[in-house]
Ligand binder design. Structure first.
Ligand code: MAN
Length: 348
């Protein structure tokens, strides 16, 4: 199947050169995977900014947050036999895993949805508390019952789980804590209740038995999630053979809830596909892409900090147009437009 994405001519729309590091002594390694939302007549992205500490000769180092605030630099000798560099994203020392960068979330805004500029007065969203000492990543933003709800990957030495924050004005935030404990990420809340309950897609990992699959859960209050069911497993040998995870909030269409999800191979090639879920019983999958609807093909998608990656967790829907924002090669932020009816046609 053809790649259905109409990429922005201006791609990449945001690179590390567009933003300033969050503190002296840090440098921005890459920008990734933005959440997206409309607010005050503009399009906003909540970009993941991954930073590293300034190079220390002969050392591998990374900034880490303290559980009660503050930041320190953890550094190990490059030649130390206890040091094991896994891939560019992580390393282990004496069996303990660290990320190679520390991520926070930053707001940028735009009047045309293509050209974004930083919001100097907007607060940075940084890791907060003992479950976020390795940072916060890949935030989904939903607007539900008049408030914005942020679900994001909360990372610490204790594992990778899903954090929740709320805001009304993008100035003050309420931190609701971890709603899905490790190992879990890629949590996308539906933008309306179904049968009087909130629903969310999420991605627990159970690699020893099972895998990295998309699940659905329901909740009376957005805090307590239960009745978990698996909706999509990986498909051995295919483009989504090693892991799958939800993108942004499912999109309500006449045919069902349309979810754009990422699928990766064991070689870590990340493509996008679609799932169509029943409108009233969203744990029922009506259709699923056989082939990706978008694959890493452009040089900014194949080359970078971690190449061959297209990862989305933010979009704006206007009529038939799905304007999708995505992280490319874990390095830059890009945009692409899709036609919803074209995606749905591939699922029939
Ligand atoms: C994981 C996540 C993403 C990242 C991809 C590709 O799925 O941590 O943040 O973009 O891997 O590296």
């Amino acid at each position: 199947m053809a790649d259905l994405a109409c990429r922005f001519a201006a791609n990449p729309i945001l690179t590390s050169a567009h933003l300033q590091p969050s503190a002296p002594g840090l440098q921005i390694e890459c920008l990734l995977n933005p959440g997206a939302f409309s607010f005050a007549g503009k399009t906003w992205l909540l970009v993941r900014v991954a930073e590293r500490s300034a190079e220390i000769p002969g050392k591998v180092s990374v900034p880490v947050l303290a559980p009660d605030g503050g930041m320190s630099i953890v550094a190990f000798d490059r030649g130390d036999p206890k040091l094991e560099c896994k891939d560019p994203r992580a390393f282990a020392y004496d069996g303990r895993v660290y990320l190679s960068t520390l991520s926070h979330l930053r707001l940028v805004s735009s009047v045309d949805g293509v050209h974004f500029s930083p919001e100097p007065s907007a607060p940075l969203l940084t890791g907060n508390g003992p479950l976020e000492t390795y940072g916060v990543e890949d935030c989904r933003v939903v607007h539900l019952e008049g408030r914005y709800h942020l679900t994001y990957t909360a990372v610490s030495g204790l594992g990778v789980g899903v954090g929740l924050r709320h805001t009304d004005d993008w100035r003050t935030f309420q931190h609701a804590g971890m709603i899905l404990p490790p190992d879990n990420k890629d949590c996308a809340i539906f933008e309306e209740k179904i049968g009087g309950r909130y629903f969310a897609l999420h991605r627990p990992s159970s690699p020893a038995l099972g895998g990295n699959y998309i699940w659905i859960a329901e909740s009376p209050d957005l805090l307590h999630w239960g009745n978990h069911r698996c909706v999509a497993t990986t498909r051995p040998g295919k483009w989504d053979g090693a892991r799958v995870g939800a993108g942004a909030a499912p999109i309500k269409t006449a045919d069902g809830w349309l979810e754009i999800y990422h699928g990766a191979t064991a070689q870590h090639r990340y493509c996008l596909g679609a799932l169509l879920l029943d409108l009233h019983e969203p744990w029922k999958v009506l259709a699923r892409s056989e082939e990706p609807i978008m694959e890493p093909t452009e040089s900014y998608e194949t080359n970078g900090f971690f190449g061959h990656v297209i990862f989305t967790n933010g979009h704006i829907v206007e009529g038939d147009r799905l304007r999708m924002y995505y992280g490319a090669a874990d390095t830059v932020v890009c945009g692409a437009d899709f036609s919803l009816s074209e995606i749905l046609a591939t699922l029939r």
